[in-house]
Ligand binder design. Sequence first.
Ligand code: BTN
Length: 278
Amino acid sequence: MRADKKTRRFSAVNILPLLKTKFIGKETIFLPEIDSTNNFALKLLKGKMVSNGALIIANYQSAGRGRHGKRWLAPKGKALLFSVIFTELQQSPLLPLLTLAGSLSVAEAIRQGSPSLKPVIRWPNDILINGKKVAGVLAETSAELKASKPTTGAVLGIGINVNQRQKDFLPEIATTATSLSILLGKPISRLEILTSVLLKLEKNYSALEQGQHNKFWSRFKKLSSTLGKGIRIKLPDGRKISGTAVDIDTDGALLVRLDSGQTIKFFSGDIEELQWAE
Ligand code: BTN
């Protein structure tokens, strides 16, 4: 991975010629600043005035969002902050899988660009390198869309820590976050990573859409750091449950075997991976 060349500013004009995708990013909206690319994308989706695969990318987000209401903030110009709009997606069964497709695509793109880095996926949406979070994924559909039947359309938001320094991270994540630049010891090209992630995303999304789930799962499970591990899962209502992550179901849910021997399915939750593995 190289640094952004001075002549290649990070803008739609420079992104478009580099894209090798068939439909993702063919419509690209570059925003110097926005509250959240996911918010912007959800509004476009609701207004039905956008094409499948449209890319919304920002140089800065004033109110970037992570899962479970967490903040996702990065200094101007340092991170990759974007959302892809899927207008055709049926909310069920593909929506939970979209998060996993996003996570897989980021991990694969980083691996390909920097073979020395070994990103893994902490189910369902954290991309970790050496145990620290380098990227996160947030798939959403709006309440208005949910209310309309049949439900179609979703937004996949991706945030990748590219050129942040350690002191750039919010205090609450200062010890658990890292960036590609910190790991590689040099400035990194956001353009290069973006084009690579989008190409992987198109491949992974299409595999799911065309029912080629086996290929998808074998790639995903290979990069999962969660499977086979002892985990503690924090549920949206605050309860914590411990067990062993035994598998990921075809609908994207995590299967956890409790000490009692019972296996439970989790669709959401914050995972803490413990040291022991099966
Ligand atoms: C997480 O790890 O909790 C998910 C983080 C997702 C952040 C991205 S940045 C682009 C898009 N816009 C947002 O407001 N959030 C997502």
